[in-house]
Design a binder for this molecule. Structure first.
Ligand SMILES: CC(C)(COP(=O)(O)OP(=O)(O)OC[C@H]1O[C@@H](n2cnc3c(N)ncnc32)[C@H](O)[C@@H]1OP(=O)(O)O)[C@@H](O)C(=O)NCCC(=O)NCCS
Length: 164
């Protein structure tokens, strides 16, 4: 069975949560500390209709095995042409080129929206994420030291920027 990449739709809400919530619980790759429930994820999916903030899922045998999306960099108006991007895969979906396929769809879509800068905030260390972002034209602009605390310790965050 192949893997398909599709725009996010309400039917993917449970599947996206099944990929993402384990990272909330167990990983510093996301600084979120509260798991998404169905209602919160449905609202998140509804926000993906903004052409600057699209989302895509990777599906294998009708199961969500990963997703990527853009979101507001900051709600203040002058920031509207800047977005934050992120990508998360189920453990069995890693290292199969699926992150690359999700980002290809995401950046194809962003290239058609009025987006001028994309940012990725990568919690250090994360060589897989750094490699993927560099492959899509991101360059590191800064590292924020110990800017977040999760699991009782502080973490550095690398800021990556992509220009359009
Ligand atoms: C980061 C992540 C999305 C990468 O997706 P992926 O599908 O495994 O990556 P791909 O197979 O598409 O590979 C993309 C590039 O990253 C490289 N890469 C992937 N995993 C790597 C690893 N563990 N170490 C070093 N490089 C790695 C690949 O070699 C490839 O580079 P290349 O094309 O130059 O060879 C995935 O590992 C993941 O979901 N990680 C956990 C969540 C996370 O950290 N998300 C990012 C938050 S900022």
């Amino acid at each position: 069975m192949g893997v398909s990449i599709e725009p996010v739709a309400p039917v993917h809400a449970d599947g996206i949560n099944a990929v993402y919530n384990p990272y909330v619980r167990e990983s510093a790759a996301t600084f979120e500390t509260e798991e998404y429930d169905l209602k919160a994820r449905e609202a998140w999916i509804a926000a993906r209709t903004n052409p600057r903030h699209p989302g895509f899922v990777a599906l294998e045998a009708a199961r969500v095995i990963g997703f990527a999306n853009a979101a507001a960099f900051d709600p203040r108006g002058a920031y509207e042409t800047s977005v934050k991007v992120s990508v998360f895969l189920a453990p069995d979906a890693k290292r199969r080129g699926i992150g690359r396929r999700l980002y290809a769809a995401l950046f194809d879509s962003l290239g058609r929206a009025d987006v001028h800068r994309a940012y990725a905030l990568i919690v250090a260390p994360n060589p897989a994420s750094v490699a993927l972002h560099e492959a899509f034209g991101f360059a590191r602009v800064s590292t924020l030291s110990e800017v977040g605390r999760k699991f009782g310790r502080y973490w550095d965050v690398m800021w990556f920027e992509r220009r359009f």
